[in-house]
Design a protein around this ligand. Structure first.
Ligand SMILES: [Fe+2]
Length: 277
């Protein structure tokens, strides 16, 4: 019997520690009930779930929760399907927005926090190979909708296993993100590298342009968060929310994690001068 049939486990956002430097972020411990977390980990370590995953970024096996990924999860793990839908639910997103709406005075959003509409629809698989005129038409339609429609957010999610070779350079996430989260399900023993590192810029750019991938020499290392079982790192995905993952050099055990992002549809989330944002 699955957890979905037995009882509906809840998500705990009460044990968080808040940090405002260098950008607003939280670290939550004991995010999920322990037995539910065990059930999720079992479905990964038994090898059933990540069989169909793509490998990206050096050593990360990933399943994106889109129309194909959701069908796959539904068929292979009702617990995972339930959990991902919980993360994408209106209630959870409202809680996330509440956590950050007061912490963001420094930044200028392209939306009003109170007007955001949360869309729970599962995203369709993106088709980048359509005819040129279809892509141009879509771009025009998106542009018009961004002006006349109320701002809509969805939650984009993937389930990943990070192993030897996985790394992320210093970067900020894509320009449509409002809040991003990395949930670590296990404490990978013997792993070298693979931490969540937080950086600030040595100097704020006078132009107001925040480079998506600044040079290491232009950044100051602030701190490193070690992936640990049942820990969620949440951050406001602002133009200066720089983070990185040092290359995983040793990984006797892979790191299981979920990345999710509250994403503004149709337009950039933050006012920012310059083409790169
Ligand atoms: Fe990132």
């Amino acid at each position: 019997m699955t957890f979905e049939e037995k009882s509906k486990p809840s998500i705990c956002l009460s044990k968080g520690r808040y940090f405002d430097f260098p950008y607003p972020h939280y670290v939550f411990e004991d995010f999920l009930p322990s037995d539910f977390l065990d059930a999720l980990c079992d479905d990964i370590t038994s090898g059933r779930l990540l069989d169909g995953a793509e490998t990206v970024m050096g050593g990360r096996r990933r399943i994106i929760f889109d129309s194909i990924g959701s069908e796959y999860l539904k068929k292979n793990s009702t617990d995972w399907f339930y959990f991902i839908n919980l993360v994408r639910s209106r209630t959870f997103v409202h809680n996330l927005l509440d956590l950050f709406s007061c912490a963001s005075d420094f930044y200028k959003p392209n939306f009003s926090w109170s007007e955001l509409k949360i869309d729970e629809k599962i995203p369709k698989v993106k088709n980048a190979n359509g005819a040129r005129w279809v892509r141009i038409l879509n771009r025009v339609r998106n542009h018009v909708e961004a002006i006349i429609m109320p701002p809509v957010v969805t939650v984009e999610v993937d389930i990943s296993l990070a192993g030897k070779g996985y790394r992320r350079e210093i970067h900020h996430d894509s320009n449509s993100r409002i809040i991003a989260g990395v949930f670590y399900l296990n404490s990978p023993q013997g792993m070298v590298g693979g931490t969540f590192d937080i950086h600030s810029l040595a100097r704020r750019p006078a132009s107001g342009l925040f480079d998506p991938q600044p040079k290491t020499t232009d950044c100051i290392f602030v701190k490193s968060i070690k992936p640990a079982r049942n820990t969620l790192v949440l951050f406001l995905s602002t133009p200066d929310s720089y983070h990185s993952v040092p290359e995983i050099l040793e990984a006797p055990e892979e790191r299981i994690f979920v990345y999710f992002a509250v994403t503004l549809q149709k337009k950039n989330a933050w006012k920012h001068q310059g083409k790169n944002w």
